[in-house]
Ligand binder design. Structure first.
Ligand code: NHR
Ligand code: GAR
Length: 216
């Protein structure tokens, strides 16, 4: 059984998608713990209700990013995970923390990287006038939102979209591509080759949103 630790900051819907897929598809894996940097993270309730250990490491109790990351790593390492999954985790991590979990930490970022790193990605996409937007699952490296890409999902930008409408459309593809990418990792099918991620045996590492009745 491979061990997974999931880090969240809020709602935790991506965490929930991973936990549900793990149970439904019978992965040879177990979500050992869900860790939040905010005591009020809503996703903690789902984890508890599903018998998963929950831990809070409140970043506001630490005077530096380094000391927060040290405490976070201590809690993660109690589970000795094979994989760390960032699911809407909102704190930038120090290089030392990232190096510790190199090659075994994934993130889902709400844009088609390398476009729109950082925050408020849906507003960035609207402001840029792009007509296709989406989400990316990537290995976490020290450079924010720049790690090797495992999977991407694309959605259209529709007339009348605001950031909230666009975010909801993107979130639906996150819930498909993130569990899929985590499963590939658990199956030992991912290898990092420089900037690229190879999946063996291969299958599509992309998804185009199916929006019946919309678009062309
Ligand atoms: N850390 C490293 N080193 N590399 C990455 O690729 C990371 C990371 C930490 C988090 C997720 C990322 C995203 O998907 C992620 C990737 C938070 C911020 C941020 O600026 C930026 C990117 C991401 C997560 N956070 C503010 C901070 O000061 C706090 C914002 C808040 O609390 O609302 O840390 O987008
Ligand atoms: C998701 O859209 C995720 O991609 C994004 O926040 C949302 C979290 O939702 N992540 C970031 O913006 C990271 N900076 P969730 O808590 O319901 O999974």
């Amino acid at each position: 059984m491979k061990k997974i630790v999931i880090l969240i900051s809020g709602r935790g819907s991506n965490m929930e998608a991973v936990v549900r897929a793990c149970a439904r598809e019978g992965w040879p894996a177990r979500v050992q713990a869900v860790i939040a940097n905010r005591p009020d993270a809503a996703g903690l309730g789902f984890a508890q209700a599903n018998g998963i250990e929950t831990i809070v490491v409140d970043h506001r109790q630490f005077e530096s990013r380094a000391s927060f990351d040290t405490a976070l790593a201590r809690e993660i390492d109690r589970s000795a995970p094979d994989l760390v999954v960032l699911a809407g985790f909102m704190r930038v991590l120090t290089d030392a923390f990232v190096e510790r979990y190199a090659g075994r930490m994934l993130n889902v970022h709400p844009s088609l990287l390398p476009c729109f790193a950082g925050l408020r990605t849906h507003q960035q996409a609207l402001d840029a006038g792009v007509r296709v937007h989406g989400a990316s699952v990537h290995f976490v490296t020290p450079t924010l939102d720049h790690g090797p890409i495992v999977a991407q999902g694309a959605v259209p930008v529709l007339a009348g979209d605001d950031a909230a409408a666009l975010a909801a459309r993107v979130l639906a593809v996150e819930h498909v591509i993130y569990p899929r990418a985590v499963r590939w990792f658990i199956e030992g099918r991912l290898s990092i080759e420089g900037e690229r991620v190879a999946l063996t045996p291969s299958e599509p590492q992309w998804l185009f949103a199916d929006i019946a009745g919309e678009g062309v």
